[in-house]
Design a protein around this ligand. Structure first.
Ligand SMILES: [Zn+2]
Length: 485
């Protein structure tokens, strides 16, 4: 080896050190050629290995963004903060201003909990038993992986032809903590730039065991709307606090407990939303006997079987406004001292058609006898329903193409997720993880041993590829879209 060779190698070594050290992390560890050849399961495993508990999304986000760049997608980083890393990865630069088919996924995950609860460490990304294990595997990293694997199949086509749509992956922060660090920022400040024609995000999934007459049939619930959330406070303040030896008629803790009890005991009215009527009507086609009749006429039978409906938490959450006591506190002094203040907080979930003011008035009527004050701590605006038009139909047809024996129904999500920010802006949003998830895997979401089946990754990618193809073909009917796979 001559001197100049040695110097050259030394220079390369230093250069490597300089570029690799400052950004030492997963993103820097994996060269582009390595990530480009990754199988979906490998990508999911690597992505899961980068912890991204809400507030610490940046490293995982940067890794995922770099992966997208390596696939030839145009990455646009909207916000670049440790707790708010949001980016789009698109077929065309966003500056082109094309109407955009947006696939939304969230980077953040919930904390893993006690390490003892896990078979493999929470951020191991272990591949075992045909599954990728770890926090975030289902919620929501598998979805991001499926989305990017689908979108990248259109990169060459987008270069060859001037497609009518842009197609983007939108990866956001903070979904698990309410969306303020992610989807809310996107809809408030970057909506024009993103220019979404439609958003496909999380929500429902393919579930079996829902149809009594055909328990193996998978039912895909495509979320088209969700309940709205309202936090209510009930507080009691009685100045005449005093000694516990002489109880009075009214004092803060007593009044509050009575009011709370009245609220929790009140029978909620049963309201059958149009979406629920439609979904059960579709499912009824596969049922038999009495069940078929009940599901076909749930608007009639639902209120009739009030006791039964209210006793099933999941059914009750679909058919009533729910009230859950989530906090009960009082000022605490000596044990013989009556506290002057007590407070309860209720997590209320309202059906989309419920009038918020009417609901608050209803709550106030129930607690009237107990001298407590009701205050709204937080409430989300009305929850629009996304139409079952071409964007819904395309998703439905794509699901039928890949899962030929499945049933697809529109669905109301009883919790909240990021789709609501887009619906409020008048953008149709559809929530679905395109995978059949057995109950024992669904139970691992936000719990221990979260894991996602590798075979389901390929199916989900197929659904998304079919969906993108359908939407492009519908907008350019004369041309034949042949994909590069
Ligand atoms: Zn999620």
């Amino acid at each position: 080896m001559n001197k100049s060779h040695a110097a050259g190698i030394w220079f390369l070594a230093v250069a490597w050190f300089l570029v690799s050290v400052p950004a030492r992390g997963f993103a820097a560890d994996l060269a582009a050629t390595e990530t480009a050849a990754m199988e979906p399961a490998e990508l999911l495993s690597t992505y899961v290995q980068i912890p991204s508990v809400s507030g610490e999304e940046k490293e995982a986000g940067e890794f995922f963004a770099q992966y997208c760049r390596d696939q030839g997608l145009h990455v646009h980083v909207f916000t670049d903060e440790p707790d708010s890393y949001n980016f789009a990865a698109s077929l065309y630069p966003l500056e082109y201003g094309k109407p955009n088919i947006v696939f939304m996924t969230h980077i953040d995950v919930v904390p893993p909990g006690e390490p003892e609860g896990w078979t493999y460490p929470a951020f191991s990304g272990k591949i075992a038993d045909g599954k990728v294990w770890g926090r975030g595997a289902i919620d929501n990293k598998a979805m991001g992986v499926m989305q990017v694997f689908a979108i990248k199949q259109f990169v060459e086509l987008a270069q060859e032809q001037d497609l009518p749509y842009n197609v983007s992956l939108l990866a956001v922060s903070g979904e698990e903590t309410g969306g303020d660090k992610g989807a809310r920022i996107i809809t408030e400040y970057f909506l024009e730039e993103l220019n979404p024609a439609v958003v496909y995000g999380e929500g429902g999934a393919g579930i079996t065991g829902l149809i009594g007459a055909a328990p193996d049939k998978a039912v895909f619930g495509v979320e088209v709307t969700q309940k709205r959330r309202m936090f209510l406070e009930a507080s009691s303040q009685v100045q005449a606090s005093g000694h516990g030896s002489v109880p009075r008629d009214h004092y803060s803790t007593r009044d509050l407990v009575k009011a709370t009890s009245a609220l929790l005991e009140a029978k909620p009215k049963i309201t059958v939303s149009p979406i629920v009527i439609q979904a059960l009507g579709l499912l009824a086609e596969h049922e038999r006997g009495i069940m078929k009749r009940v599901m076909q006429r749930i608007d009639f039978y639902g209120p009739l079987f009030g006791r039964l409906v209210r006793s099933e938490p999941l059914i009750a959450s679909m058919l009533t406004n729910t009230i859950t006591l989530t906090s009960l506190t009082s000022s605490e002094g000596a044990y013989n001292q009556i506290p002057s203040r007590a407070r309860a907080v209720f997590d209320c979930r309202l059906l989309p058609e419920t009038d918020q003011e009417a609901f608050i008035a209803h709550v106030k009527r129930i607690v009237e006898p107990y001298k407590v004050e009701i205050r709204v701590l937080e409430s989300s605006p009305a929850s629009p329903v996304s139409p079952q038009g071409m964007f819904y139909d395309a998703m439905q047809e794509s699901l039928y193409e890949v899962f030929d024996d499945a049933v697809v129904v529109p669905f109301m999500f009883v919790a909240i997720n990021d789709n609501r920010f887009f619906r409020r802006q008048g953008i149709p949003a559809y929530g679905l993880l395109p995978a059949i998830m057995p109950e024992e895997l669904m139970e691992t979401i936000h719990y221990f041993d979260e894991r996602f089946p590798i075979a389901a990754l390929d199916k989900g990618i197929e659904v998304y590829v079919s969906l993108i193809t359908r939407l492009l073909e519908a907008a350019m009917p004369a041309r034949d879209i042949t994909r590069d796979t």
